[in-house]
Design a binder for this molecule. Structure first.
Ligand SMILES: Cc1cc2nc3c(=O)[nH]c(=O)nc-3n(C[C@H](O)[C@H](O)[C@H](O)COP(=O)(O)OP(=O)(O)OC[C@H]3O[C@@H](n4cnc5c(N)ncnc54)[C@H](O)[C@@H]3O)c2cc1C
Length: 366
């Protein structure tokens, strides 16, 4: 870091310390690399998310947390069922194996603490403003310039480093807060309405997380979201907020990309999966780890950076592309006229078919 005039060259610089960035940094540090991890935020912090952590990611999560941070996520509520409320009907589906509900406030901070424990150099409150490449990469924040042999962009859907041509595409926003509720159900409850949905997940024995994704123009606050669905309105009437709602920058859907200006893209910066698939954290953890693994041969002098990028792309498409495709198909179903949707809901609600659909939106992980 250039602050003192001396320049350390890192093997890997990771921009963004969400699940993708931390997973990437930890994986690289465990392989013996010198890693710098930069995030614009300071942790812990609340983040818009349904906080449904799918079973596919729990094994990797435990491994990434290692011994450095003994946060006992096993005490967090298990989520063995999903209930879907749509057009006055509801169905209940098993989530097998069960997922867990883990607040991002704790999850992201635990991963960051683990990264530090594995020797990653972490800087919080350090927004990456620019990345340039002249042989090696130079990564600039307002105060520092750091040199790295490789860079992974894990800055999420929308950042100074991750901006796409989104003109004329439909715009969605995300909102979230925790609320007091007596004895919440141990299911993830998805309330769909025209122009969006709201997921309600248990946080503990007296608290739920309500997280919504809505077309901008449909609702601007969680109260407006609750009013859009009769059953949700009824359920939320006695809720007391635990903290003020947090919101996200606009959400856009686009085709996943794995590389930009020589940087590997991981997590949401590579591709944003429909949140109701409940697989974004899993894709971020697995994608971040995969990005680090793909760079190892280059950093060991065994292949070119372009070959490492190619390996990452191939593995990414093989493991994650089907999940993106199937989740987008499900989103399209929600836009069909109500009478067709109602019939489809009856058919899709049968358990074997529903399980197949849920499996289809999952990353193929090893
Ligand atoms: C409404 C909604 C509900 C969701 N519900 C779920 C769910 O229930 N389950 C699930 O699995 N997924 C869910 N997701 C998806 C999930 O939140 C994301 O897929 C996941 O957070 C992706 O992780 P990430 O590390 O790629 O990005 P992020 O978690 O967005 O992390 C990116 C990090 O980069 C930092 N950053 C940004 N710009 C810069 C910069 N210039 N320099 C340095 N740092 C920067 C940010 O501060 C942030 O910490 C939901 C998403 C939304 C919008």
């Amino acid at each position: 870091v250039e602050r003192t005039g001396t320049r350390t060259e890192f093997d890997l610089i990771v921009a963004g310390a969400g699940p993708a960035g931390s997973a990437c940094a930890i994986t690289a540090a465990r392989a013996g690399l010198r890693v710098l991890l930069l995030d614009k935020d300071r942790f812990p912090r609340h983040k818009v998310c349904g906080e449904f952590v799918s079973a596919e990611s729990l094994h990797l999560l435990r491994s990434l947390l290692g011994d450095h941070h003994r946060h006992d996520f096993a005490t967090r509520p298990e989520v063995p069922a999903a209930r879907i409320f749509l057009d006055g009907k509801s169905i209940s589906l098993p989530v097998t194996p069960p997922a867990r509900s883990i607040p991002r406030f704790d999850l992201d901070a635990a991963l960051l603490a683990s990264a530090r424990g594995y020797g990653v150099c972490v800087e919080e409150g350090a927004a990456v403003r620019q990345v340039s490449r002249n042989g090696t990469f130079t990564v600039r924040t307002a105060e520092t310039a750091s040199a790295g042999r490789t860079v992974v962009n894990a800055t999420g859907r929308w950042s100074q480093l991750t901006q796409y041509d989104v003109a004329a595409k439909e715009k969605w926003i995300g909102l979230k807060a925790h609320f007091r509720e007596t004895t919440p159900a141990n299911s993830v409850d998805l309330y769909f309405f025209s122009g969006g949905y709201c997921g309600v997940t248990p946080v503990d024995a007296q608290t739920v997380n309500a997280c919504a994704m809505v077309r901008s123009g449909i609702a601007r606050s969680l109260e407006e979201v609750f009013a859009a669905h009769p059953e949700l309105w009824q359920r939320s009437r006695n809720w007391e907020p635990v903290f003020p709602a947090v919101t996200t920058s606009p959400l856009y859907f686009r085709k996943p990309e794995t590389c930009d200006q020589g940087m590997l893209l991981a997590g949401d910066s590579a591709g944003f999966i429909d949140p109701f698939a409940g697989d974004g954290i899993s894709l971020a953890l697995h994608g971040g780890a995969l990005a680090a693994e793909s760079l190892l041969p280059f950093l060991a002098g065994k292949c070119s950076l372009e070959e490492s990028q190619g390996r990452y792309h191939t593995a990414y498409v093989e493991r994650f592309a089907p999940a993106f495709r199937n989740a987008a198909r499900l989103r399209a179903l929600l836009a069909v006229p109500k009478w067709i949707r109602s019939r489809l809901f009856g058919v899709l609600g049968t358990r074997p078919l529903a399980s197949l659909i849920v499996r289809g939106t999952r990353a193929q992980v090893r």
